[in-house]
Design a protein around this ligand. Structure first.
Ligand SMILES: [Zn+2]
Length: 272
């Protein structure tokens, strides 16, 4: 629709998977080259929308990348309240859209009670859409400093949906909770994905080591949060290999088993 001749870059075997990336942000001039570089290195990725414009852009870019292009559409909790959700619904039906989100709760940027309630309502719209379309949910959840408040609230909502038999498959992206909190989301059938932060912080080692391997995914959240050795620079999907290698180091299984699982888990999660 945006490009008459879709490209087919993804001819190489997939060695690594970036489950959450934003080629639609800060890559205005070189997103094609950045995507091609990822494919060259055997990296597959899902390009995540965070508001209406970046969701449209994510879909446009997925079309451009042909067989290797996948995206997700949704409204970040702090960015979406003024958007007509019907626009997201329409985009979400496209077969290139393999997940709904990112969506969720962000109390780090919001202390105001009415606004938090509005975030809950917006999140539920995404949950309903994911369930109806049978697509998985890409969840953003960030608590206020020194608490797990947003995780607690989000967990209650997911449990309500589970009780109703309406809980879609979901991933907690950029997970920053503790092992206790991780177990709650895992018990609901959730996946957890970790970004480059794990290459310079020991904080998530316990969760990565202990959680079931088949619910674990690697991500970059590019252009943010670049892993060592690119810390502080612009991040990109190709760098997910540093995240995956770190996960492999932390896990009890062999490196080959872990790297294969990280690809397979993402392919299963997104139904690719
Ligand atoms: Zn993101």
């Amino acid at each position: 629709m945006f490009y008459s001749t879709p490209n087919t870059y993804n001819l190489k075997p997939v060695l690594y998977f970036d489950a959450h990336t934003h080629l639609n942000l800060q890559f205005e001039k070189d997103w094609q080259a950045v995507g091609e570089r990822a494919f060259e290195e055997g990296v597959s990725f899902v390009n995540i929308g965070a508001d209406l414009a970046s969701s449209q852009k994510a879909l446009e870019q997925a079309e451009f990348f042909g067989d290797g292009g996948f995206c997700s559409v949704g409204l970040h909790p702090t960015d979406g309240r003024l958007v007509d959700f019907g626009e997201i619904t329409t985009l979400a039906e496209d077969p290139k859209v393999v997940a709904i989100g990112e969506c969720g709760l962000d109390y780090f940027h919001c202390a105001d009670e009415p606004e938090r309630r509005a975030q809950v309502e917006l999140f539920k719209k995404h949950l309903d859409l994911a369930f109806v379309l049978n697509k998985p949910l890409m969840v953003h959840c960030r608590p206020s400093v020194g608490t797990f408040d947003a995780y607690e609230d989000l967990f209650q909502i997911l449990r309500e949906y589970q009780d109703l038999g309406k809980l879609p498959r979901f991933n907690m992206h950029f997970f920053v909770g503790d092992w206790l909190m991780a177990q709650k989301f895992l018990a609901l059938g959730g996946y957890l994905s970790f970004p480059g932060v794990i290459t310079f912080s020991e904080q998530y080692g316990e969760i990565i080591k202990k959680m079931p391997l088949n619910r674990l995914m690697s991500e970059t959240d590019a252009p943010f949060a670049a892993p060592v050795p690119f810390r502080g620079k612009r991040n990109e999907p190709a760098y997910v290999k540093y995240v995956a290698e770190k996960i492999a180091e932390l896990r009890p299984e062999t490196r080959a088993v872990v790297l294969a699982a990280l690809v397979q888990n993402a392919q299963e999660f997104f139904s690719l």
